[in-house]
Design a protein around this ligand. Sequence first.
Ligand code: AMP
Length: 377
Amino acid sequence: MRIGILGGGQLGRMLALAAYPLGYRCTVLDPAADPCAAQVCSHIRGEYDDYQALYQLVLASDVITYEFENVPVATAEWLAERKPVYPPPQALAVGQERLAEKEFFTRLGIPTPQYRPVDSEADFHAALRDLGLPAVLKTRMYGYDGKGQAVLRTPQDCQQAWQRLGGRPLLLEEYVPFERELSVLAVRSRDGQVRIWPLVENQHIDGILHRSLAPAASAEELQERAAEYVCRILDELQYVGVLAVEWFQDGPRLLANEMAPRVHNSGHWTIEGAYTSQFANHLRAITGLPLGSCAMLTKNAVMYNFIGTLPPLSDILATPEASVHVYGKSFRPGRKVGHVTLVATSTEELEEKLPLWDELFARRSVSTTDAQNGLPL
Ligand code: AMP
């Protein structure tokens, strides 16, 4: 079986690595000369709207998927006329535009922070009057890792944010004083079978994921609710593959922040921590194979991202519970260049070791661009 992947970043790379044991071959399409996935599979260099390159991908693939949600919907639809494309292009259309996403959640009865579309300065003032401060102003498209957004606490913040972001299609959201951020990953097969990994607690620094803790503590009830919501999304979209949904927990409220129709950073722990990793199950789903168990292999798993730079491997691996993944990318501030997953076999072991791991894997670099986006630490 030949898998075509739009995007050749670390997610494409980890998909390709998970394809090897299944005997699958992968080809990524990516505009970069040397995307990191190309170190482990074939690469077609081309833009996502370069139809000659896309046609080459069609010829090289039996089934096509994508590893980031900003693939043009027209591209996914064009490919889907020629080869099976999973997840369905409609999931892309919802996942890449924040207003469509919020309206979709609302239509399915899934709670989400209050929001107002902002298409003009007058809309912005009306939305601010409605929602009050603090609030979060976000671009509707191409926002990721906290980019293209600003937290507004004062009238001066509003002015500055409008200067920076105004003119683009925007969304104003209520600021949620959340207790913690959670995510749920689920996978749906071609014949509608669904499996769900445990809820994960995520910590962000400067809008970029720093640490994921699986499973999220004391989350049995929330797990059930998140599972019910995620099933509504999967069924509505007749989804195939892995879907991630990010949540804010505010007391008993679980509010959907955003969804990603792809494998997700907060699921990297599944490589070592679950019977079947998100990458393996995504491949099983899109190629029509039975899904593997999403149960945890260990009591707890903790994942830390390496952002901008990587500690020496010998330092990371001096911790015996550590499994390291280096993405083969050049170092740049704010760039995800690798991650480490650590497992604990008991709650006591986690409580003992977590402070130590937190210290060892503290973020070492903060990019200037991320520091400018005004998100809370
Ligand atoms: P996003 O790109 O929407 O995932 O936002 C990046 C990060 O900004 C989130 O992980 C939150 O930490 C924070 N954030 C986004 N939206 C809100 C909100 N409405 N209220 C509070 N924090 C938010």
